[in-house]
Design a protein around this ligand. Sequence first.
Ligand code: GUN
Length: 287
Amino acid sequence: MTAELIDGKAYAETVRARVRDRVAALHADTGLTPGLAVVLVGQDPASEVYVRSKGRQAVDAGMKSFEHRLPADTAEAELLDLIARLNDDPHVHGILVQLPLPPHLDARAVINAISPTKDVDGFHISNVGMVGTGQDAIVPCTPLGCMIMLRQYHDDFRGKTALVIGHSNIVGKPMARLLLNADCTVMIAHKSSTNIPELARLADIIVVAAGVPGLVRAEWIKPGATVIDVGINRIQRAGKPALVGDVDFDNVRKVAGAITPVPGGVGPMTIACLLVNTLSAFCHQHD
Ligand code: GUN
């Protein structure tokens, strides 16, 4: 068996086109344009790339993009002040503070200062709690993108077993919650788990966000399972820089039923889902 490739780039293009059409229609009806504010503190090179891409894709979808770049030594009070202004700005419907923040800043306090209705990352404690209790809320972008792709292969999660590897607040925990909300049987493994191969062999669905290149091996995979690789690891291969996921892709694809590549799998869907969340936030604010 060779797994079907889950083309995240193509799904993302479809999602972006839908958002673009809806933004144009809303603008024609109301004269209003959704606005996304992205805040970057410091100059982390990977964050710079993500922030630029988020801004560019928002503009491509017909939205307004507001980029706020602050120096790495910005005081927390100054950042909180900016967030308060963005919360009050009627042109801004979504606010995203790129993580990680420099260590002197309390990321939890910063995220919880964002108005929950503008929290397009879905990281505010109120959105986390609502998703955790199965209520409608803004859902974090990466798990949302994974769910959209998984739904193409599983129209019903009841009776299915999923393993989520990684328990971060950004991916692992909300991913497990979404699968659980869909009545999937969910296992969560992480760096202290000692039996990941045995758990993986039970799983119809594996979502891995561990940050360990090649962690998931072919011997772990139940034949025909769907494998979603959230990992983005920059490594040297044959003396050259390469981008790889957390899955031993070349071998796992011989056993799995469907698999996301890295790059071109989950990554493009994450930003497409940020646009979805910004559009939803706009619609709620103008209800
Ligand atoms: N850093 C890595 N992933 C993310 C994300 O989804 N949102 C934000 N704000 N920062 C990140």
